[in-house]
Design a protein around this ligand. Structure first.
Ligand SMILES: CC(C)(COP(=O)(O)OP(=O)(O)OC[C@H]1O[C@@H](n2cnc3c(N)ncnc32)[C@H](O)[C@@H]1OP(=O)(O)O)[C@@H](O)C(=O)NCCC(=O)NCCS
Length: 293
């Protein structure tokens, strides 16, 4: 029935909203992202975890550092969305840290305006710069049209922040061209490395398991003197094989291959080539936003 929705109210987030908010956050999930957990939301909203949260959340590595963030939630007969904001750089810079509202333009606008009203007074306001609910998604994904348009209407300009990469891992890559890879386990991380003829490390990579079935390639690097000989491609395949054996079926990563200054002025051409060859596709282009007055 048209008009049956209750009036929307915006108020401070409490713990009672967290389970419903996780569903709203999941509606914006990128390919390969694990579902949002209430434990992860605690660290991402500014709510102070209780002792029991810390016991369960810390065991899962989910509770982030509590900082001076505020989260407002939009509610009608259900939770419609939320925005998290605060100040950084000694209070000089206002930050819209994340906003999720199922891309409903009216809810996005309400939440953004309320957050901006509370951040008024600062000359610079940044949005989606880093450290969202999922730290890997440091930017607004390009499929979030309502949020992007709401930011533009309020004077924000966007800047490219990299590509979110995704690869489904239904089978391990063939081991045909493999090389001797050393693996060291550190918590959820696995550090892989390849030694050159003299025993020095010539290539290294770090992967992490984020949640059951979900993993990330955190970093991969080949010593400049050894690039272009296939080591990066082989090491990335070794990462994927190891992840498969760890139960990972969805692999994500972040690649700033728009950044032509990276990597001694060559940009990330090599990284673009090895990730494409290994079957990674673009899950989203990310952008950060800024308004200066
Ligand atoms: C990404 C990286 C690990 C690739 O390692 P690598 O050992 O050179 O990889 P490979 O040899 O398997 O493949 C790289 C391909 O890119 C090509 N390539 C690399 N730089 C290039 C450039 N500037 N112009 C053209 N082609 C280039 C290589 O020629 C090779 O292609 P080929 O096999 O057809 O010759 C390496 O470039 C690196 O360490 N970069 C810096 C760190 C980085 O960007 N990490 C990724 C962050 S996510």
């Amino acid at each position: 029935m048209v008009g049956s929705r209750q009036t929307t109210v915006i108020r401070a987030l409490t713990r009672t909203h967290l389970a419903a908010l996780a569903g709203v956050v999941d509606a914006d999930a990128l390919p390969g992202q694990p579902g949002c957990r209430v434990g992860a939301l605690l660290g991402a909203t500014g709510l102070r975890p209780t002792g029991s949260d810390l016991r369960t959340g810390a065991a899962l590595g989910q509770v982030g550092t509590v900082r001076d963030w505020q989260t407002l939630v939009a509610i009608s007969d259900e939770v419609l969305g939320a925005v998290c904001f605060g100040r950084s750089d000694g209070g000089r810079v206002g930050t819209i840290r994340w906003l999720h509202a199922r891309e409903d333009p009216a809810v996005v606008a309400d939440l953004l305006d309320q957050a901006l009203a509370r951040l008024s007074g600062g000359r610079v306001i940044e949005a989606f710069v880093a450290d969202g609910i999922d730290p890997l998604v440091a930017g607004l994904p390009d499929d979030r049209d309502a949020t992007r348009e709401a930011l533009a209407e309020r004077g924000f300009t966007g800047k490219q922040a990299g590509r979110f990469l995704y690869r489904a891992l239904q089978a391990p890559p063939a081991a045909g061209d493999s090389c001797a890879v050393q693996v060291v386990a550190v918590g959820n991380e696995r550090r892989l490395s390849i030694a050159g003829p003299s025993g020095d490390q010539v290539a290294k990579a770090t992967i992490s398991v984020l949640a059951p079935g979900h993993g990330v390639v955190d970093w991969i690097e080949v010593h400049p003197a050894h690039r272009g000989q296939g080591l990066g491609g082989r090491l990335l395949k070794a990462c994927l094989r190891l992840m498969y054996h760890l139960g990972v079926r969805h692999v994500v990563g972040l690649l700033d291959d728009h950044n032509l200054d990276a990597d001694d002025g060559h940009g990330r051409i090599g990284a673009h080539i090895v990730t494409s060859r290994a079957g990674f596709v673009t899950g989203a282009h990310l952008a950060t936003y800024r308004r200066t007055r």
